[in-house]
Design a protein around this ligand. Structure first.
Ligand code: PLP
Ligand code: COI
Length: 340
């Protein structure tokens, strides 16, 4: 039986809401414990935790969706498990096996089932797996103890307006170093993005766009989302760079654009002074879903793509296909949906 909670499902933003249970597991003496669900949303860790001083912290972002028939879908959860393993290796942290990760996600979703936004409201249950180095440390070296946890909360649109286009500004700051940690989902990348993000917001833009750190001529990321553009001759293009986070949504769209919409798709360089090659553009990610980009401010110039107020037709088709699969209305490519 589903209990109900008093939440205004249609007006959810992207804000912390405390839910009932979270998964907690500790790594000590070279292995993970069994893991438990806990009602306590506070974390009690040593002042010497490497997560606090040296940024030994990785995280993931994924969602559970309520379908029309009342079942619950996870979207490509194995991909989040694998990316987290890669992030952990980059920061010399232990990894969580994919099956353990997915089983923990299942437990958290089930334990908080009443917080999953009902089908048709446009909301979903956002899951935040994370791992941090803990224990008594002071030297700059990997911790010997770790905490892995997954918590969740209902969310709506990440960029205000959802499928309404919004505008972005190219930042002078770099998000990541050329051979740094840009491709890993590690806390430090986001700490460094707070100031550029705040400066963008102050100028009334949705977020900052980051260029490649070496030449500052190519688009890398749109805030905490990947960029895509649709060219005048209907190609789906996303940037290719070693310092971009490999977005699971982006790879899904590359497949869907090609296999379901019949577009040519390509990962390649996207030059900031060639925005006129795109008739539509957008940001994609778990939180962002597909957020159309109205225009981009680059130095003194403001470039408008399809429209500042309306979503372009290809972007809309991609959005319908992606969300249709996530909410179970459209048949998913094999292996993309895991039932809770
Ligand atoms: N880029 C950055 C910097 C992100 O934080 C995210 C969010 O996870 C993405 C892109 C999108 O990745 P995904 O589609 O796997 O959520
Ligand atoms: C996500 O899309 O899951 C993200 O990680 C974005 C974010 C809120 C950091």
């Amino acid at each position: 039986m589903m209990n109900t909670v008093d939440i205004d499902w249609k007006n959810l933003g992207f804000n912390y809401i405390k839910t009932d249970q979270r998964y907690i597991s500790y790594w000590k003496a070279g292995s993970w414990d069994e893991g438990t669900l806990s009602e306590d949303n506070q974390v009690h860790i040593s002042e010497g935790s490497t997560a606090l001083h040296y940024g030994q912290t990785v995280f993931e972002g994924m969602k559970a969706y309520r379908t029309k028939d009342g079942s619950i879908n996870l979207f490509r959860a194995d991909q989040n498990a694998e990316r987290m393993q890669r992030s952990c290796r980059r920061l010399m942290m232990p990894t969580i096996p994919t099956d353990v990760f997915i089983e923990a996600v299942r437990k958290v979703v089930k334990a908080n089932e009443k917080y999953i936004p009902p089908y048709g409201t446009g909301g979903s249950l956002y899951l935040r797996p994370y791992m941090i180095g803990i224990g008594d440390n002071i030297g700059v070296k990997p911790a010997e103890e770790y905490l892995f946890s997954i918590f969740c909360m209902p969310v709506g649109a990440y960029f205000k307006g959802g499928l309404t286009p919004s505008n972005f500004v190219v930042s002078d700051y770099d998000r990541a170093a050329g051979n740094g940690t840009g491709a890993a989902k590690v806390g430090g990348n986001y700490g460094g993005s707070l100031l550029p993000g705040a400066e963008a917001h102050k100028r009334n833009f949705s977020d900052a766009i980051y260029l490649d750190p070496t030449t500052h001529t190519k688009i890398e990321e749109v805030g905490a989302a990947n960029f895509f553009g649709i060219t005048e001759d209907n190609k789906f293009v996303t940037p290719l760079s070693p310092s971009i986070l490999p977005s699971i949504t982006k790879y899904s769209l590359l497949y869907l654009a090609s296999e379901r919409l019949g577009l040519d798709v390509v990962e390649r360089e996207v030059f900031i002074d060639r925005l006129d090659e795109f008739k539509e553009a957008g940001a994609c990610g778990t939180a962002a879903v597909i957020s159309p980009i109205g225009g981009i401010q680059y130095k003194e110039e403001f470039h408008v793509f399809y429209s500042e107020t309306e979503t372009g037709p290809v972007t809309k088709k991609l959005y319908d296909e992606l969300t249709g699969i996530q909410y179970g209305d459209i048949e998913a490519p094999e292996g993309w949906i895991i039932k809770v």
